[in-house]
Structure formats: C-alpha cells, structure tokens
Design a protein around this ligand. Sequence first.
Ligand SMILES: *Cc1c(COP(=O)(O)O)cnc(C)c1O
Length: 386
Amino acid sequence: MEQDIATLSTITHLYCPSCNKQYSIYSLQTFATCCNQPLLSAYNTNQVSKEAIDTSISSMWRYAALLPLLDESNLVSLGEGWTPTYNLSKTAGKLSIDKILLKDEALNPTGSFKARGISAAVSKAKELDIAHIVIPTAGNAGGALSAYAAKAGIAATVIMPKHTSETLKEECRLYGAELILLDGLIDACGKKAGQLKQEKGYFDMSTLKEPYRLEGKKTLGYEIAEQLNWQLPDVIIYPTGGGTGLIGMWKAFGEMREMGWINGKLPRMVVVQTENCNPMIQALQYGAIPDSYIATPSKALGLAVPRPFAKDLILEAVRTSNGTAICVSEDEMEQGIHEIASSEGILLSPEGSATYMGLKKLIEKDWVKEDETVLLFNTGSWYKYR
Ligand SMILES: *Cc1c(COP(=O)(O)O)cnc(C)c1O
C-alpha cells in the first residue's frame, strides 16, 4: 500500500493568522499562543507547479510538495484521500439545478475524512519523535488516530463521549488505543485531554490545536480542483464541527490561486450545522457565540462541537466567500439518508445527509440558483453510527 513520495515538501514555516508571528517547523508546535489562533503552514509556493502533483499516487500524498512532511521515511499512510466525486444527476433533476456533486469521504481508511488530517498529523508526530498522543473526539477522529498511531508505533489515548456508537468505541480498542469514555460532548473530552497533557506529557492532537491536521484536510480543496479540471463549483456545502475541512479548503484555494492553478471566482462556502448544535449560526447572527449558548447531542456526531476553537477562521471563510450558514433537524437528516439511499444507491452519514438537506433549503430560499454547480460531502460512513 505504501507508495514513495518523490516530491519533497516546500514548507517554510508556521505563522499566526492574526499577527503573522512566525513559528518553527523544526520543533513541536501547538497553536499560535500569541493570539490564541490555529497555526497555519506556509510554503514556497512559487516553486510549485501542477507538474509537482505525483499522479501515480492515488492518495492525498500526491500533493506532498504542499504538505508538511519533510522526510518521507516518516510517512504514515493507509491510502487516505483521492476519493471519488460523483455526479448526482437524478437528484439534480429532481431539485431542478444544474449539477450536484458528492465527494464520498466514507471511502477513506477508518471510514471518514478524519483519516486525511490524522495521516498528516501522525506522520509529523513521528517526524518530531512524539511517544504518546491524546485526542478528544466525537467518534471518527478517535478511530482514525487509533489506526494511524498503531501503524506508526505511537501510543494513543482517545477520549470520547459515552453516548457514541459501539462501533466507534470498539475500533479504537481493536487498534490498541486506550479509550476513556466521558459524560458530555467533545468540549468535556477536550478538557480531559488538556489535563492528560499537563499530567503525563501526552501530545494533544485536538482539532486545530495542532498545526498539521489542517494540512491533511486541505487536500479536499486540491482534489476537488484537480477532479473538476481546475473549475471549482459555485457552492460548497460543508458539514462543520471544528471547521478543519472548511478552513483547509479555503486555504487550499488561496494557495492554488497564488500558484496560478486556478483563477476566477471562488466557491461560496456554506456551513451546515444541526438544530441541536449550531454555534457558527449563533456567531454569524450575534457576532460571537453567546456565553449562554448550550448545545445538545446530535446523531451527526461530527457536528456536535459547541465551541470550535477556530471560529474566527470559519467566519472569515464564510464571509469572504459570500457564503452562509444553515441548520437542519434530526428528522431532516434521517429523511435525507432515506432519499439519497433509495434514489442514488449511496448511504450517507448523518453529517453527509445534512449537506444534502441544507442544499434543499438553500434552493427553496433561492440562495442556490438553477444554473449553479453545488458540491456536497459525505464525510463519514453510515455503518459506523450503529
Ligand atoms: C469531524 C466530522 C465532521 C466535521 O469536520 P470538521 O472539519 O472538524 O468541521 C463532519 N462529518 C464527520 C463524519 C466527521 O467525523
């Protein structure tokens, strides 16, 4: 399975998106402590042409020149990324819009697109000699970390809400991780991870409090562009929890524009959340997530993130792209799973269904027009929610 990455990384440094303060790529980093923001990776983009894409590699590592790994002997890969993008022509016909595309991330190793971020982050953890990783998770990130840590020979501790599915718990144990179950949502798990970091010196791989999961997730943006022959869709609907994929795609589009790989208008970025947990809708409405905001669990486990650390970067991507945020109910997600399964032959995860039901609402509001191309995501495998 393991393929050589011939192209060396062109990464130069990490920086704070608020004040541009630089951080070294040669030592262990967490987040931009100067401004309490995620750290972003900078590359020597003027050295990278489309020819740098190694098309013989059918994983996200085809973009190794734009990923942070310095020495390919540290690569920890299970074949993540380079997932198919389907044309849902029947659904587009029914909804009377030009084109609906679905990127099927359920086909990733461990059944979700968390594999992308975790492959990048665990590879870098190996490169930086980290011995023990801890991760708070709603479910899928824990499974992915457990698998990649097993492959890397790094110890892993996964902290997950008790109400998560048996499948999501059991896979962590099978991959040999230590599993800690807690009452509450991912924010409670995040507190416990912080505590273990303090007490035992574990490396905390929380979303965007570690720089490189974002780089793995940004490959979504590169793949969409390459698969659509460098013509981006008009609208991208993203099921948003911590926001890594949304911020990552937006970063990828910026990089591709800089390198001259794409030009013209960028997609309008849409955040989809649930009625049970929609902090980004609150933030767009009130300018910030109200202190009093309380979320409740949702079957869309990956969207149950009450206070995303990267809220500022999520808002920036939505605002500068002229995007929007929308939410769907638990019943609507169930309905969407039935509709797409019975008409397209594809089982969506609840989060994937949320992107489809979000689209239906945006068409009703006339926010998406009939001559537009829209891209949806199936971010995880339905089978893992049993
Ligand atoms: C984590 C997750 C999400 C949310 O992804 P972010 O990039 O953290 O916003 C969506 N869907 C599924 C299935 C997930 O596991």
